[in-house]
Write a protein that binds this ligand. Structure first.
Ligand SMILES: NC(=O)c1ccc[n+]([C@@H]2O[C@H](COP(=O)([O-])OP(=O)(O)OC[C@H]3O[C@@H](n4cnc5c(N)ncnc54)[C@H](OP(=O)(O)O)[C@@H]3O)[C@@H](O)[C@H]2O)c1
Length: 295
């Protein structure tokens, strides 16, 4: 079993991951920043850009593995506040990488399709990053910093679906909130991703830790889906009429210059590692959430 430090533990993915790893017998310590809701696993408040405080607290825990999920993770926020984006996403990763080195811990950096330009479908792990905005540039730099750590993995994702359970918010949360209120949701028919369910993503990370996977890995579901198709899968899972999901084009968005048309991944490496996880369609996870009453 590992001693796993999770940064961004109060985020959508980090909170699911903390619960999943703690339930799997790992010793978990989560770091959060502005969160005020107690997490269901051991956690501490701290800013990843505060080197001294981060090193002191992390070294006291002495992790054997670190999952660095903390980020300023919205494209528009990074564009509006580029200095903050660099401080959290680049300086934060510099500091986390230093912790990994000093503790000789295995490091996973959560990264994104946004390190590419959005012009080509089904990107493979070996393709060179070509970012077009501040978030993408920060993450591409963070990837270089993480890859310089001897035992490390860059784990890219592009659309993690499923409900948050109190911490962070997801693409799914925003759409379901509208459907629950009896409203419709408008989604792009011309923007594509490889959605993966958050619980599948947490298990991918669990196995990466167990097997100490290194290099770069694209974690996405087996289907290249438009945002509209993803919304339809969600409506079906929760029993809402398909007519509650309306189609629109991303060209109608006021910030369309920032939006990437195609962030989909080639996920054959994921499938060759773990056929069960790599072939899991999001419909199954969404239906499971709906049955469990995770609304
Ligand atoms: N969700 C997706 O679909 C998706 C897709 C691709 C990649 N990713 C990547 O996956 C990771 C997790 O995504 P997410 O959706 O879970 O993100 P999220 O919900 O936005 O959570 C971000 C986390 O970062 C923490 N954080 C922000 N600034 C910080 C700082 N200065 N010091 C310490 N912690 C700080 C937040 O803490 P507080 O809330 O306590 O302030 C929060 O826990 C991110 O690196 C993101 O770029 C996510």
């Amino acid at each position: 079993m590992d001693r796993v430090l999770i940064t961004g533990a109060s985020g959508f993915l980090g909170s699911h991951l903390g619960v999943h790893l703690a339930n799997s017998g790992h010793e978990v310590l989560g770091f959060f920043h502005t969160n005020t809701i107690p997490l269901p696993f051991r956690s501490l408040k701290g800013d990843v850009s505060d080197r001294e405080a981060l090193l002191k607290r992390a070294e006291e825990f002495h992790p054997t593995a670190i999952v660095h999920a903390a980020a300023l993770s919205r494209v528009i926020d990074c564009e509006r506040e580029p200095e903050l984006a660099r401080r959290v996403n680049i300086l934060g990763t510099t500091n986390v990488a230093e912790v990994a080195r000093s503790c000789k811990a295995y490091l996973i950096l959560l990264s994104t399709d946004q390190v590419f330009d959005g012009h080509r479908a089904l990107r493979k792990e070996g393709e060179a990053p070509c970012p077009t905005h501040e978030y993408g540039r920060c993450k591409a730099e963070a990837e270089r910093l993480a890859m310089a750590v001897p035992d490390s993995l860059v784990l890219r994702s592009n659309n993690i679906v499923g409900r948050s359970f109190g911490w962070g918010s997801s693409f799914t949360d925003g759409i379901l909130a509208k459907l629950v209120r009896g409203e419709t949701a408008k989604l792009f028919t011309d923007q594509f991703r490889s959605p993966i369910h958050v619980k599948t993503m947490a298990e991918v990370i669990h196995r990466c830790i167990a097997e100490r996977k290194s290099g770069v890995l694209h974690a996405g579901g087996p289907e290249r889906m438009s945002r509209f198709e993803t919304g339809l899968a969600l409506a079906r899972a929760y029993g809402y009429p398909e007519s509650s999901i309306l189609s629109e084009s991303m060209t109608s968005h006021p910030q369309q210059a920032l939006l990437h048309r195609d962030g989909s991944f080639d996920t054959s490496l994921l499938r060759s590692n773990w056929a069960d996880l790599g072939s899991e369609k999001i419909a199954a996870g969404l239906q499971h959430d709906a049955l469990e009453g995770v609304r």
